[in-house]
Design a protein. Structure first.
Length: 95
């Protein structure tokens, strides 16, 4: 650790959708994407508490999501599932 804990995801290594394999914080620090066994969840920082963003759950990924990454401008989320790469826009995520 390099500093104080800012946010905790309840359940440690699990979250909505199963075991979390990957996470990515947007460049502006307001959105957290998590990749898990069932897809992707996006959370908004609500004053140190994570709030699920309505409609921002992408399920039915082709296998476990192994990595997620925001584009530099935060307009897209790259999702690396076990069999393919998927690019999701903010609109597709319900943001």
């Amino acid at each position: 650790m390099t500093g104080p804990e800012l946010i905790t995801i309840a359940g440690a290594a699990t979250g909505p959708g199963g075991t979390i394999f990957a996470s990515a914080l947007s460049n502006d620090g307001t959105l957290l994407a998590t990749g898990h066994t069932g897809g992707v969840n996006v959370f908004r920082d609500d004053g140190g508490r994570l709030t699920g963003v309505g409609g921002a759950t992408f399920m039915n990924a082709p296998g476990p999501v192994l990595d997620v990454a925001w584009s530099p401008d935060g307009s897209k989320l790259a999702v690396a599932a076990s069999t393919r790469l998927i690019i999701l826009t903010r609109q597709q995520l319900g943001l």
